[in-house]
Ligand binder design. Structure first.
Ligand code: SAM
Length: 350
């Protein structure tokens, strides 16, 4: 995902390079989920920058599997330990170098995740409905009147959203801009203090509507500054993949406790055999499907089943678990790049 290694003219970032039919960060109501540009005639491949819902052939899947298994020689344990214990330092270095220049705004955000701005005038017909994610007006009212503690930031809000691993705020600021519900309060955290500082010093940061804090979501002992059972939505965008696989389960379970009954966890992250996985060179593999980039940041490539297990073990119910396969095209260099992203919504029982 890191910018400097963006290869062959395409960055590996967080799904932003997919087909964008909208030029507004508020989302285009006409953009259906995962797009509509299908490649039916392979000769047309270089006519557009990207194609949606691309089917993989059996041969392609086999070739990807082979490539991954050839590169599956984990680094020695002491190296692995070093990358794990210094994970936040590597991300701090990343943000010190790139500041907020790397990640782009997400045009797909409100199309794929209408829960982030449920009361706003965005047409969500193309998105799946998430029953209970917003709660009934009565539920909202009672939640607002009886928070566990009256003293936490955003305690008087009626709709609370937390982004874990927020980076420099490429999700948070579009939410604040688009969702004009006066009852909205947005929390965001990252274990990189450099990232959180960039969020807090952004001119769009409004402490009356937002609270940014440093938090390591893989640290079971670390507490959130929000009582359990108070959040409507938790967003995880390309962050779970940055955690050590052994720490994912406890991280999701801890975060799930923050959700209200009916609250929803939203995730978009790397899928197995994404181009970024296939491009890792030998010597970068930490464990199966888990790699370290040249800048020390790490990335895991998920299957849908793995994510399903993580969420259901945290007591959440599936609303959506989809794979988004795209073919991106570098027309200048006549290159094709197969992207695989997974998108999930899991809900706490109402
Ligand atoms: C790929 S970036 C995505 C940033 C942001 N979600 C976005 O989409 O722009 C991954 C982010 O997760 C953060 N991160 C990684 N491990 C974390 C952890 N254990 N706790 C909190 N944040 C973490 C990194 O600092 C980084 O900002």
């Amino acid at each position: 995902m890191a910018a400097p290694r963006a290869t062959d003219g395409v960055d590996e970032s967080c799904g932003d390079t997919g087909l964008i039919l909208s030029n507004s960060s508020t989302g285009d109501p006409k953009r259906p989920q995962f797009g509509t540009r299908f490649l039916t005639d392979p000769r047309q491949v270089f006519q557009h920058n990207a194609w949606d819902n691309v089917e993989w052939t059996d041969e392609q899947e086999e070739a990807a599997k082979k490539k991954v298994s050839e590169n599956n020689q984990p680094l020695p344990p002491e190296k692995q330990e070093d990358y794990d214990s210094r994970a936040s330092e590597y991300w701090n270095d990343f943000y010190t170098i790139h500041e907020n220049r790397f990640f782009k705004d997400r045009h797909w955000l409100f199309t794929e995740f209408p829960e982030l701005a449920p009361r706003c005038n965005i047409n969500h017909e193309s998105g799946p409905s998430v029953a209970g994610a917003n709660g009934s007006p009565d539920q909202k009212q009672s939640a607002a009147l009886s928070p566990d503690s009256p003293d936490f930031p955003g305690s008087s809000a009626t709709y609370r959203v937390l982004e874990v691993g927020c980076g420099v705020g490429n999700t948070v600021f579009p939410i604040l801009k688009t969702n004009n519900d006066p009852g909205l309060f947005v929390y965001c955290c990252d274990f990189s203090s450099a990232a959180v500082e960039l969020v807090k010093t952004n001119p769009e940061y409004d402490s009356k509507r937002c609270f940014a804090f440093v938090h390591d979501s893989s640290d079971e002992e670390a507490s959130y500054p929000i009582p359990d059972g108070t959040l409507d939505v938790i967003v995880l965008i390309f962050v779970l993949s940055a955690l050590h696989p052994d720490k994912m389960r406890s991280s999701i379970s801890r975060a799930a406790r923050l959700l209200k009954p009916g609250g929803v966890m939203l995730l978009r992250d790397y899928g197995r055999y994404d181009m970024a996985q296939l491009r890792f060179k030998k010597g970068r593999c930490l464990s199966e499907n888990f790699y370290v980039r040249g800048d020390g940041t790490r990335v895991y490539f998920f299957t849908q089943d793995e994510l399903h297990e993580l969420f259901t073990e945290a007591g959440l119910e599936k609303v959506q678990n989809l794979v988004d396969r795209r073919l991106q095209v570098n027309r200048g260099k006549q290159l094709t790049m197969y992207r695989v992203w997974i998108q999930c919504k899991y809900r706490k029982a109402p």
